[in-house]
Write a protein that binds this ligand. Structure first.
Ligand code: GLP
Length: 261
């Protein structure tokens, strides 16, 4: 995998937004897999600025969710569907009909999971999947010890993840659902390009385990080691635990600029 160390979150957002812009130039109807949480916000801001300035046209782009809470009422402001509509679909001018996600309100959750995997495949697969990382090393909502070949399915959140996400629910962990639908690790690995962004010291340990630790289900993000085109973008704080940081800096500094990430 390629590791790019950037000075701060804004620089990471700009780098990834440029890569998405480049992809949309080559493939205007690319299917973009998007993540939620605080980390990807600088990417969406930078991309929205490029759309506003006319540098990027996202009007034909397609967008899909990585995961979703189970059981929130439709239209709940913290459902990931609402978040992605607010942060990505609307600001980028993506056609809402070209936006898909798993149905967290479905009566038959298992059928909804299967239907989502089938819909992703029928759409031709994800071109670029943006990922954040949980403080416990999860991607999507694949908590530690998730099968590395899992498909979209229901998962139960750890208390640590519910606590981490309580800030989106008035700081009240009781409001954070216990269950979620998440693309499986195998589903995520089907995307053609994986781009994981991690910022802040709270992610340093998870990043070190992901990049330099063994491939292990206990660190779900380490599955990126299996992917032929995985890019990990980290700020200085999140890079603090990397033993090979100097090598990563050297490699990126000497990379031909036409290559992109
Ligand atoms: C949630 C999401 C993940 C995200 C993680 C980290 O668990 N399901 O996709 O990566 O939060 O969020 P943050 O970027 O806010 O730290």
């Amino acid at each position: 995998m390629e590791v790019v160390i950037v000075p701060d979150a804004a620089a990471g957002g700009e780098l990834i937004a440029s890569a998405i812009g480049r992809l949309l130039t080559e493939k205007p109807d690319a299917l973009l897999g998007v993540a939620t949480g605080s980390t990807p916000v600088p990417v969406y801001r930078a991309l929205a600025a490029k759309v506003s300035s006319g540098e990027v046209d996202a009007s034909r782009a397609r967008v899909c969710q990585l995961d979703e809470y189970v059981g929130l009422p439709p239209g709940h402001p913290e459902s990931y569907r609402s978040v992605v509509l607010r942060q990505v679909v609307e600001p980028l001018g993506v056609d809402p009909a070209a936006f898909m996600g798993p149905d967290g309100a479905a009566e038959d959750v298992r059928a909804a999971c299967l239907a989502y995997d089938e819909a992703l495949a029928a759409a031709g697969g994800v071109d670029l999947q943006l990922l954040g990382i949980g403080s416990d090393g999860h991607i999507g909502f694949n908590e530690p010890c998730s099968s590395l070949s899992s498909r979209t399915r229901i998962k139960t959140l750890t208390e640590r993840t519910r606590q981490d996400n309580a800030r989106f629910f008035d700081g009240d962990i009781e409001q954070v659902p216990h269950h979620v639908i998440t693309q499986g690790i195998g589903t995520i690995l089907d995307a053609r390009h994986l781009v994981l962004l991690a910022t802040g010291e709270g992610k340093a340990e998870a990043v070190a385990q992901t990049v330099e630790g063994p491939l292990a289900a206990v660190v779900p993000a380490s599955a990126l080691q299996l992917h032929p085109h995985a890019t990990v973008v980290v700020d200085e704080a999140a890079a603090a635990g990397l033993k090979h940081a100097d090598y990563f800096r050297h490699t990126y500094a000497n990379k031909p600029s036409w290559q992109g990430i």
